[in-house]
Design a protein around this ligand. Structure first.
Ligand SMILES: *Cc1c(COP(=O)(O)O)cnc(C)c1O
Length: 357
């Protein structure tokens, strides 16, 4: 099978193997990873190593705390403004896709929201770059990679001189390319795209951002409580965190972010070159904003589109259908997807385009 799913998505084969062994016998303990207590030294070692590996991969500062939280990235749409945006303050948001829109909707529940730019009118096919941010904004929120529309900010340093703290939803491209993660006040990402299994999200928060809002915070929503309790405020998603650990170990063995970035460029390069070479297929995103993680394209004739989808299915290619909101095709090329899968897809595209004349 070639798995192009957008999330949950492909993970390395060795992660599946090690995780399944640990479901039966974790580290030779005679116990399943599914039945060990979260406050045991056994799980503490998993948590400590996962956090240490994330810190190492991302090159974080001591004041940046790593948390494993429940509720997926969607809960962060609400938890971020609850912790960082006072009722009388305003936060700046970029509107570059569905996930950004959802983040904006939640932020409005807590304070002022200034939508500084939007590419909604074009169907989110490009990233709007002409905008200013009020220096008094509590933070600037942006989505680094727009999973549904296949756009990705290429040069993130564009944001670094905006003069306000940065908050980024990195759900679909975290750990896929080198980023100066120290520039961020807060980063969040659902694990199910590049970090591990569904059921947990990673939050990296600079402690200096916290404690500045006047509203009382529910215990489980207050980042400070999770920091104080080392992500063990309540029962964490033990198995999901364990799968993150295995994936982070795999990434280290593969040479870390710098090495995987080269591989991701090679994969995306091959697919975009193929799309550009075959007039049957139309790229969806503006050339300068193309995502290396989610490659979106279309075929003009819906009948031919359906035919190609059926062919993909026959050839064991999973997850090539585009999101229901954007249609067409979407091939997600996350870290664990082998180059050979892209070769197989592009060969299929070539032979199909040839047959269609
Ligand atoms: C998938 C995704 C989300 C939603 O993640 P959940 O874990 O399902 O809440 C949010 N933002 C982006 C950019 C995503 O790709």
């Amino acid at each position: 099978m070639h798995n192009f799913n957008a999330g949950p998505s492909i993970l390395p084969r060795e992660v599946f193997e090690e995780a399944s062994r640990s479901v039966l016998d974790f580290n030779g303990t005679g116990l399943s990873i599914l039945e060990i207590g979260h406050r045991t030294p056994l799980f503490q070692a998993v948590l400590d190593e996962a956090i240490a590996l994330l810190r190492e991969h991302m090159g974080l500062l001591p004041e940046q705390e790593v948390l494993f939280l429940h509720g997926g990235a969607s809960t962060q749409f609400m938890q971020v403004p609850m912790n960082l945006l006072d009722e009388t303050a305003t936060a700046a948001y970029t509107d570059t896709g569905v996930w950004a829109t959802k983040a904006i909707k939640e932020a409005k529940l807590f304070g002022g929201v200034d939508v500084v730019c939007s590419s909604k009118d074009s169907g989110y096919t490009y990233l709007p770059k002409e905008f200013t941010v009020d220096p008094s904004a509590a933070y600037l929120h942006f989505t680094t990679n727009n999973t549904i529309y296949g756009t990705q900010w290429q040069d993130l340093s564009f944001f670094y001189d905006k003069g306000v703290p940065l908050v980024a939803d990195m759900s679909s491209d975290i750990l896929s390319r080198r980023v100066d993660f120290t520039k961020y006040g807060l980063i969040y990402a659902g694990a199910q795209k590049n970090i591990g299994a569904a059921g947990v999200n990673v939050v990296v928060v600079n402690k200096e951002m916290l404690g500045k809002v006047s509203r009382p915070l529910p215990t489980m929503m207050d980042y400070r409580n999770h920091i104080e309790n080392g992500s063990l405020l309540n029962t964490p998603p033990v198995f999901s965190i364990y799968v993150c650990l295995l994936t982070l170990r795999w990434l280290k063995k593969a040479g870390g972010i710098a090495a995987i970035e080269k591989e991701n460029e090679r994969k995306a390069g091959l697919l975009y070159d193929t799309i550009d070479a075959l007039p049957l297929f139309k790229p969806r995103a503006a050339p300068e904003d193309r995502s290396r993680m989610n490659v979106c394209f279309t075929i003009e004739d819906p009948a031919v589109e359906a035919e190609f989808l059926a062919l993909c299915k026959e050839e064991g290619m999973v997850g090539v259908k585009g999101h229901r909101l954007s249609g067409g095709f979407r091939a997600s090329l996350y870290n664990a997807l082998p180059y050979e899968s892209v070769v197989a897809l592009t060969e299929l595209m070539r032979s199909f385009a040839q047959r269609k004349g």
